[in-house]
Design a protein around this ligand. Sequence first.
Ligand code: GUN
Length: 300
Amino acid sequence: MTASIIDGKSFAEGLRGRIAGHVERLKSEHGITPGLAVVIVGHDPGSQVYVAQKAKQTVAVGMHSEKYELAETVSEAEVLALIEKLNADPAIHGILVQLPVPDHIDPQKIIQTIDPAKDVDCFTPASVGKLAIGLPGPVSCTPLGCLMLLRDQLGDLSGLHAVVVGRSNLVGKPIAQLLLRENCTVTIAHSRTRDLPSIVRQADIVVAAVGRPEMVKGDWIKPGATVIDVGINRIDAPERGEGKTRLLGDVAFAEAAEIAGAITPVPGGVGPMTIACLLANTVTTASLINGLVPPSDLTA
Ligand code: GUN
């Protein structure tokens, strides 16, 4: 293997340490305890684990945490009423509704009811617009995590060619916006892109966010490129025992690590950054709601 491994777990730990410092300062100098409310509807086991982690890490950095677990059968109106209540609650600076929600609930209605000032996912149209034109506010968690890892690895990203594979609202589009703000030349590739391997071969930075296990092959990577793998694909692993699974990224890691300059592993790369960036966003929104300048080391 030639690539250096980008250790997202250790970077996220350091970031949480910095967040705890900012939380302490907000409390002692301004009497503000940042508060995050997480809402989960139904009993998807993956979401349950994820939400429990969010609550635990929120408390660990000294913030106020509220968790709302609603039944699968809850009406859309009841969820909207809870969001309105949290919008009006001065102890809450961030609201996150875990997606996906059950089919009888319209996720866009949920998202658009969240006060943009408390939109720590950066999902509302107002937040997405601010991100696009570079106004202060929360930045989508996973893209922010990717950007922090890239800056740490490469320093100035100016002039580098970044190829983002995937055009989702959750990752592809916002990471492309952020990289453009960093003065990268940005190509957004997707499932209809012709000759994807030759496009990816041009990249100094590859961000793979398609949700297809090991789709990006080693011989697609330009020697020395930096590879950020956002994919978290759970696949059956009968070799580990009956019913066992394992996680695979969107990049064929072993092949790519022979050619890349640096690469994120799965797990332990981008994954741990997402929750840390959610906490960072809560410090950002708590600061902005109170008329303070958000800490510059926690945002894009
Ligand atoms: N489900 C999977 N990832 C996310 C996320 O980043 N935010 C929310 N709200 N739901 C998710």
